[in-house]
Design a protein around this ligand. Sequence first.
Ligand code: NFE
Length: 512
Amino acid sequence: MPTTLTIDPVTRIEGHLAIHVEIETDRIVSARVSGEMFRGFEAILKGRSPLDAQQITQRICGVCPVSHGIASSLAQEEAYGLAVPFNGRFARNLLHAVDFIHSHIFHFYRMSLPDFVDVTAVRDYRGGDPDLGAMRAARATGENAETPAETPAEAPASAPSGSLRLRADYPQDPEFHLPLLKHATEALAIRALAHQAGALFAGKLPHAASIVPGGITEKVTTEKILAFRSLLRRISAFIDSCYLPDAVALARQYPACFGEGAGSVNFLACGAFADPSDGSSWLFPAGVLSNGELRPFDPNKISEDVRYSRYAAPSEPSPARGLTVPAPGKEGAYSWIKAPRYGGEVVEVGPLARLLVSVRKDPRGDASRLAGTVLETLGLPPESLVSVMGRHLARAMECKVLAERCVAWVDALRPEAPCCTGSKVPAVCAGAGFTEAPRGALAHWIAIKDGRIATYECVVPTTWNGSPRDDKGVPGPIERALEGTGIADLEHPVEAVRVVRSFDPCIACAVH
Ligand code: NFE
């Protein structure tokens, strides 16, 4: 008989998620992932002015609002036949990029790190200086006597209690933990800088006031360009000297995490960060990797199954029809997340999917070259990226690629040139917007009748990754990734939550 284990809620993620796993001889053999909340944004939007949509859909989430604002604007731009002027396209890329960066940094340092780093290591710290490892070594050998401030009054005198400590296979090397904990504290300030940089063109963040169909309403000025550059330099320095090296350090300490959480064999990216000068190429290209074959992304192949989801509507051949009817007591259903499929197949979305598609489409591009360098440093083959640790590395590499490209985008802005085209909403029209959010592929569909929203539908990154079983009974990407995971201690199933958190799930978004 398998042992059943429920983790409810899974903490250190966004939103309310439960996982139910069956374990046989220390290994997960089956998993169910439940999004435990109904929100109803698609219902809220019906009957409203279409120009409310890019503002309301940003409230789906406080972490990735920019992506929702852009997806909604892209859908409306298609519906109204609008083109975004040069400045608007570049400024949107900048806004979008720093939103990715703040999200990834937060996920790594604040959400995931306690799975890998022992927070109780701070009890050995006696205050002092950034060079934590050297100070500890100096103390051990009795050197450094001329540094009287080593034990300031506020240094913790005793360890936090054992309840703070996850029971996990933490590395024994004490010098591993303290620098990462220090960077986790610094990460909060860097995240704030990313918000400040975005707010220069967003009006404010989170929930950008300036994103509208046709561009952005904020002006581009010389002062804003200089301020963005200055903030970007500090953010980039953190990515280069802390985030990426820390992700590589984690990867070195946890080689087993390259063998866990593989899951899906298919990956999808809608594409994002179009080259704003001509729109012909993308920093993160669109594409679908299906059993190793690269295929073009075709939005018409997206469907949403609801057999195991708490919705009454029949499964949808196309989300564009916008049927979302909640059915809380539905028999057999175990999640408020729907089950999107591509051509009927399960696909993983997110930074790993973007990286794998980029490497196949553009082997000499920025992402491919960086991935090559990181894999060489670690002495690992490309296949190892499809894993718990590969997802963390993909996020860190993505931040570096984005921050470097932001330099060119901000330099290209033209002070005082227009950022927006005015919009006139036709009485009857429809459109779809496809982009990427930090957690993966994001799509919005809008249909307008009598100048009001008739239907609105979103298919969101964690809707893909956190989906329950589909109409054929095939598990979703996180469910598949959990299968096969070894659990050493049933009382402390850290391996299971490492798999879940490697996807950086946001259930607020997933159920929207
Ligand atoms: Ni709420 Fe989101 C991102 C979107 S995830 S964080 O990234 O869209 O489903």
